[in-house]
Design a protein around this ligand. Structure first.
Ligand code: NAD
Ligand code: UGA
Length: 458
């Protein structure tokens, strides 16, 4: 079959894989090729076991793979075929040199831009899918057009707003799709090409078009606002514990104000995930770069509050277990940074595990999806950690159970059975406030939620 156009996506990770599968599903006359240097990842996309766990992803991939969706490790050979190239490579926080610990590391992005420049043979639209600092498109355009070979590139910013665990739903029914491009005629034409792709399944009024800088900055701002809500409610959770107010009651009471809204007000052990911390620190770095010291400090506080919340959770475990954790078995229920994903990047469980090990506790980790990732994250301390897929086994002989991830299955466990198998006094630290605390107290547990009064039986 002759395809209407060809889309290439460079980077087959949590964003590139699902977004391109969704485009391929909804645009059967467009050829979509997803490439990555990571051979194992590409093989997994072509196999029965996809490289990421995401509810509904299998069905979307199955509908398009082999029809108009293809995965390959050959980046170079596929560049000349593409009318549009999405770049969805990782943009982690820089760990070296200027801006270390804050700025985005753009080495992967720049390497890709140079490869595109070298191998493109006709005019191409290049789409920033990765999250990038504002004004990156300008730098990318300069690189692409250096030593002109007659090929013209239009750079668009099309940031992704999907959340892991709900990626397929978010892609199928996005709140909005954002496309930023140049305001000149050529830029507007490029924007229209991308609008036409999304308009195959997204209502036109939900496709927003802006200038490039607004699109780039909107992505960082959206993540900063979302994380800020969590840090705000977590700050209040500390005050609730000091005053016997209940954070869920407070969240409900304020969330019914239509100006505030109910979402993203779940108090927790802290936010994790590959992007919130990285993107806020990137925003902080940008503000510092432009001399906006107060603005930088304002946003940095969101990250500092998150660290405070994680540390507060561990402090509560230490004091709840009589100020020593030495040789005490502590079961962590959940290691993923949120439910319905196997992703553990920046998971609060990593910070909590490491601090518990510093206190010389024996940590045992149970998670329905994330044990392979957890083993990878804890490789340097693996001899001191146990893993068990079965939460009942993990809790056997433990002094405490800590709920780290809000997996549904943890709500439905037989907590009487867990209590009977634990050492006494048996404690539960509910870092996600998902359990029935009164019922646990009835069984005999000492219960320590977040932002609510503790129940202490013994
Ligand atoms: P990821 O690490 O899962 O995937 C990135 C992929 O790019 C990797 O597989 C890597 O091998 C590949 N890659 C790197 N350099 C390459 C090169 N030169 N050629 C070919 N492949 C190369 O990252 P991700 O989670 O998919 O995130 C990608 C971007 O999207 C980041 O900027 C992130 O901030 C942003 N984002 C992520 C999410 C999310 O939920 N994970 C959501 C929105 C935006
Ligand atoms: C987040 C944003 O929600 C996406 O819009 C964005 O595209 C993405 O970051 C990104 O840029 O990578 P994600 O990190 O996948 O998505 O998941 P979220 O649902 O936002 O959860 C992030 C963290 O906050 C999790 O650890 C979650 O448990 C925690 N959280 C969330 C809370 O503690 N309380 C809440 O009320 C909500």
């Amino acid at each position: 079959m002759a395809f209407k156009q060809t889309i290439l996506c460079i980077g087959a990770g949590y964003v590139g894989g699902p977004t391109m599968s969704m485009i391929a599903k909804n645009c059967p006359d467009t050829q979509v090729i997803v490439v990555d240097l990571n051979e194992a990842r590409i093989k997994a996309w072509q196999s029965e076991t996809l490289p990421i766990y995401e509810p509904g992803l299998r069905e979307v991939v199955d509908e398009a793979i082999g029809r108009n969706l293809f995965f390959s490790t050959d980046v170079i050979a596929n560049i000349p075929k593409a009318d549009i190239i999405f770049v969805s490579v990782n943009t982690p926080t820089k760990t070296y040199g200027q801006g270390a610990g804050r700025a985005a590391d753009l080495q992967y992005w720049e390497a890709v831009a140079r490869t595109i420049k070298e191998h493109a043979t006709s005019d191409t639209i290049v789409v920033e899918k990765s999250t990038l600092p504002v004004r990156t498109a300008e730098a990318i355009e300069r690189i692409l057009h250096a030593s002109q070979n007659g090929v013209h590139f239009d750079v668009l910013s099309n940031p992704e707003f999907l959340a892991e665990g709900t990626a397929i739903h978010d892609l199928e029914n996005p709140d909005r799709v954002l496309i930023g491009g140049r305001e000149d005629e050529q830029g507007q034409k490029a924007i229209q090409t991308l609008v036409d792709i999304y308009a195959e399944w997204v209502p036109r009024e939900k496709i927003l078009t802006t200038n490039v800088w607004s699109a780039e900055l909107s992505k960082l701002t959206a993540n900063a606002f979302l994380a800020q809500r969590i840090s705000s409610i977590n700050a209040i959770s500390a005050l609730c514990e000091a005053t016997e107010a209940d954070v869920d009651e407070v969240a409900h009471a304020i969330g019914t104000d239509s100006r505030i809204g109910p979402k993203f007000l779940r108090s927790s052990v802290g936010f994790g995930g590959s992007c919130f911390k990285k993107d806020i620190l990137n925003l902080v770095y940008l503000c510092e770069h432009y001399g906006l010291t107060e603005v930088a400090a304002y946003w940095e506080q969101v990250v500092l509050m998150n660290e405070y919340q994680m540390n507060r959770f561990v402090d509560k475990i230490v004091s709840g277990l009589f100020n020593t954790l030495v040789n005490k078995r502590i079961a962590l229920f959940g290691f993923a940074f949120k439910a319905n994903t196997g992703d553990t990047r920046e998971s609060p469980a990593i910070t909590v595990t490491r601090r518990l090990l510093e206190e010389r506790a024996n940590v045992v980790i149970s998670d329905p999806q994330a044990i392979p990732e957890a083993k990878h994250d804890l490789a340097d301390v693996i001899d001191h950690v146990e893993f068990s897929e079965d939460p009942y086994e993990a809790a056997k002989g433990a002094h405490a159970v800590c709920i780290m991830t809000e997996w549904e299955q943890f709500k439905d466990l037989d907590y009487q059975r867990i209590y009977d198998a634990m050492l006494k006094p048996a404690s539960i630290f509910d870092g996600r406030n998902i359990l029935d605390h009164a019922a646990l107290g009835e069984i005999g547990f000492n219960v320590y939620p977040v932002g609510k009064h503790a129940i202490v039986n013994g």
